[in-house]
Design a binder for this molecule. Sequence first.
Ligand SMILES: [Zn+2]
Length: 206
Amino acid sequence: MAVYAAPVQDLIDELGRLPGIGPKSAQRIAFHLLKLQRADAARLANAIVEAKDKVTFCSQCFNIAEGSGESEALCSICLDERRDATVLCVVEEPRDIVAVEKTSEFRGRYHVLQGAISPIEGVGPDQLRVKELLVRLEDERVQEIILCTNPNIEGEATALYLARLLKPIGLRVTRIASGLPVGGDLEYADELTLGRALEGRRDVEG
Ligand SMILES: [Zn+2]
């Protein structure tokens, strides 16, 4: 027998699909939403739909870009001719671009993998934007790839995989320096620490 009325259970189920939201949190948020004024609930629902309608992923680097889902859009960084096209910083998520940009240490371009290799979660290279990265390397004048994945198990495994894949192409492949909090996410590193990690990046052995 269902514990909650169907619409409530649907809401809990949907919230439970969000990253980092367990069943308990999903219930708590659902009951919070039920207490909202209708106008406040509508504003939240609307913000989600608006973002989905007006924001898409950059067709070149997979950063967030303005545009509808169907059209080929480029992000503001890919559109900026002043950015150094010879250096690509490879990150896991668009939010990592924000973290690197805040350091003001990097003037090159980016490539967002949209995740990291994680055998436990069934994520392999095929689920990431690795193919798209290789295509870019054929067409663009990239000379150095900075592996800027998170300093945790998944991020390190991803960096190692990419280093083995990219070194034979004859590019300079570097990894951000250690000194970042191990096991953490880039987005939690302060600007100074991440800036130093970028500056102190090392060549990866092939
Ligand atoms: Zn882009």
